[in-house]
Design a protein around this ligand. Structure first.
Ligand SMILES: Cc1cc2nc3c(=O)[nH]c(=O)nc-3n(C[C@H](O)[C@H](O)[C@H](O)COP(=O)(O)O)c2cc1C
Length: 343
């Protein structure tokens, strides 16, 4: 049996294989943030295709927390029913399903909302971005509670796991970076202070729900003066200590014009996952231009990560898991060029 197709766990959640669908917005929710039959068909098809864990797209914990007004929400009990149709369908087809709880912060593109952020610094001068309002301490507490209430609704909707969006320059990530966080209170300044909001959200969610919790991080913001891999290694240890069950390692998204971004070649950011896996004892999910089961198998054999997320590849091919099973019917042999390049 290949490693990719062998069972593994995230906290108390047993997964039938190590194929993960990472969150990807469909921009198809109703204006009020409800899932539609298209969401059910889309996620259901990936469950039918033998994906082990499906993580539903960024879902707003409050209206100004949505990236666009076509994204899902869980800020209201009325949202639970349409999410339940996603979880029921994916469970019917044998997949586990989680939801990514998100707050867009200064990257909120909703015309009717005023974005909030650690500091009043716009993501970009260009539309649709607006200059955000710097959050008060009361607003930080309100958003923490919004994350907790949304996590409780996710549990009621039948999700198996909750992912907290701490990546790609959205609110929690904005607090981490010294470039977007220029606060002078206990939530800004040194690394410990910049990590405080995310850690408080995680700790509060862990207290409130029984589901495992994944945190998605941008290991690097690809700015010479910004958030670096070394910072992520320290944060990863703190998240593990706070009870996080897995880390999902992405990169970038914080800056409109990163000055130090690597070429976006296949597997370009798996080294970030590997560096973090070497530091923590909890499972690590790698993502980023991983397109074939062979590449994924090589990453698992090389202990680069514990799970492999296929994003655009699963948009293209919902049946990736079924095809991997056919491919790996014979004892797994990784072609030598892959082994040399990626192990
Ligand atoms: C259409 C689209 C929507 C996305 N939406 C989200 C999202 O909601 N949350 C998130 O953390 N990442 C989001 N991403 C990033 C993906 O989860 C993933 O990290 C990225 O596509 C790289 O993986 P890939 O090369 O396998 O596609 C999105 C990517 C795409 C292509």
């Amino acid at each position: 049996m290949s490693l990719l197709l062998s069972p593994a766990s995230i906290g108390s959640l047993s997964l039938k294989n190590r194929i993960v669908m990472p969150p990807m917005c469909l921009y198809s929710a109703t204006h009020e943030g409800h899932a539609t039959p298209f969401h059910t068909l889309h996620y259901g098809a990936r469950a039918l295709g033998e994906t082990g864990l499906i993580i539903v797209e960024a879902t707003g914990v409050e209206p100004r927390g949505r990236i666009s007004d076509k994204d899902l929400g869980l800020w209201n009990d009325a949202h639970i029913a349409s999410h339940k149709s996603l979880t029921d369908t994916c469970h019917f087809f044998g997949a586990a399903i989680g939801v990514q709880l998100a707050h867009a912060g200064r990257k909120c593109e909703c015309a009717d909302e005023t974005p909030i952020a650690p500091s009043a610094l716009a993501f970009s001068d260009a539309a649709p971005y607006k200059t955000p309002k710097a959050m008060s301490l009361e607003e930080i507490a309100t958003v923490t509670d919004a994350f907790v209430q949304s996590a409780l609704r996710a549990q009621k909707a039948g999700y198996d796991v909750v992912e907290i969006h701490g990546a790609h320059g959205y609110l929690l990530c904005e607090f981490l970076s010294p470039l977007s966080n220029q606060r002078e209170d206990q939530y800004g300044g040194n690394l410990e202070n910049r990590c405080r909001f995310l850690l408080e959200v995680v700790t509060s969610i862990k207290k409130a729900i029984t589901l495992p919790v994944i945190v998605r991080l941008s290991a690097h913001e690809w700015m010479k003066e910004g958030w670096q891999r070394e910072d992520t290694l320290i944060l990863a240890k703190a998240l593990e200590k706070a009870g996080v069950d897995a880390l999902h390692i992405s990169s970038g998204g914080n800056q409109a014009a990163p000055d130090n971004r690597p070429r976006l070649v296949p597997l370009y950011q798996v080294g970030e996952a590997k560096a973090i896996k070497n530091k923590v004892g909890i499972p690590v999910i790698a993502v980023g231009q991983i397109s074939t089961p062979i590449e994924a198998e090589a990453l698992l054999i090389g202990e680069t990560c514990d799970f492999v997320a296929f994003g655009r590849e699963l948009l293209r091919n919902p049946h990736l898991g079924i095809e991997a099973a056919k491919l790996f019917k014979e004892p797994t042999k990784i072609p030598a060029p892959y082994a040399r390049a990626y192990l």
